[in-house]
Design a protein around this ligand. Structure first.
Ligand SMILES: [Fe+2]
Ligand SMILES: [Fe+2]
Length: 292
């Protein structure tokens, strides 16, 4: 891990609206229901998850006096609110397709309420830092490796890239608030323990939800789809394997999100989203300009 910090970009909320219509393909990633279920599982956790991130960061807002960090918290809140809204739309389409997503939503709401009642504010913020590191790692892969969304329908490709872009932009906000707020002996230990808990939670939830979604889709026995998903997540491009690898760096006492190398393709997507228009460029042109 390099000791220097990369220059953080300005955090820019983009109030994008996505039209989730039933004409979109159900198996939108590579025509594979298992890979699609992996992403759909993540989406199911987002509306409530992002609300939790916002509240755990804003709990400390009154104690922040650095004007830059104050502005970052506001921009972070705006970005996560729009993500929460758009993923609620995403999940509503799953419901329209006959998946009883409200059952999971009730469960996740109860879980969040329990955590908010029984876990201290610093612990909640430490957990948010862990989740935000995961979203940043996913973002890095989505933006930095063309293969990750190559098989995706253009509509979903745009949605996930936009979300990834903003996660990459605000990846250090919760961490900076935590560093400013948790000035005690446990500052490092708390975030490491929280990261272990977050890792177990995210792995189990994503796996269990993927199984559940495949069952509801009547695809639970589709071994070809499962094999394709295993290949995608663990071998090539190896999304989950590479995300897991990025967790180790987080455990270092001197870790900071902006110490992670920012790939040229990520910079190219940043430039594209800075001048966001409704017209999407061919993905390959972004990746080509990034590697030229
Ligand atoms: Fe988000
Ligand atoms: Fe985030």
């Amino acid at each position: 891990m390099p000791s220097e910090m990369y220059l953080p970009p300005r955090i820019t909320p983009r109030n994008l609206h996505f039209a989730f219509e039933t004409s979109l393909p159900a198996d939108w990633h590579s025509g594979n229901p298992a890979i699609t279920s992996f992403y759909d599982a993540l989406s199911l956790t987002f509306p409530e998850g992002e609300r939790f991130f916002i509240s755990s960061v804003r709990c400390f807002a009154s104690g922040i006096f650095d004007p830059k960090l104050k502005a970052d918290v506001d921009a972070f809140t705006a970005q996560e609110s729009v993500h929460s809204r758009e993923h609620a739309g995403y999940n509503a389409l799953l419901r329209a397709r006959g998946i009883p997503v409200e059952k999971f939503e009730v469960m996740v709401k109860k879980g969040t309420a329990f955590v908010q009642r029984h876990l201290g504010r610093k612990n909640q913020l430490a957990a948010t830092c862990g989740y935000e590191h995961y979203t940043a790692l996913f973002a890095e892969l989505i933006l930095g490796d063309e293969r990750v969304l190559a098989g995706a329908h253009p509509f979903y490709r745009d949605l996930w890239r936009w979300h990834a872009m903003e996660e990459e932009e605000h990846k250090a906000v919760a961490f900076d608030v935590y560093t400013a707020a948790a000035k005690d002996r446990l500052i490092w230990l708390r975030r490491v323990v929280a990261m272990i808990v977050v890792t177990v939670d995210l792995s189990l939830t994503t796996f269990a939800l993927s199984l559940w979604l495949m069952k509801k889709r009547g695809q639970i026995g589709n071994w070809k789809a499962w094999a394709g998903s295993f290949w995608y997540l663990w071998i090539s491009p190896g999304v989950w394997r590479r995300v897991m690898r990025g967790v180790f760096a987080y455990m270092a006492p001197g870790f900071h999100p902006w110490k992670r190398k920012v790939k040229p393709a990520v910079l190219a997507w940043r430039a594209y989203y800075r001048a966001r228009t409704n017209r999407l460029p061919a993905a390959s042109s972004i990746f080509e300009s990034a590697t030229a």
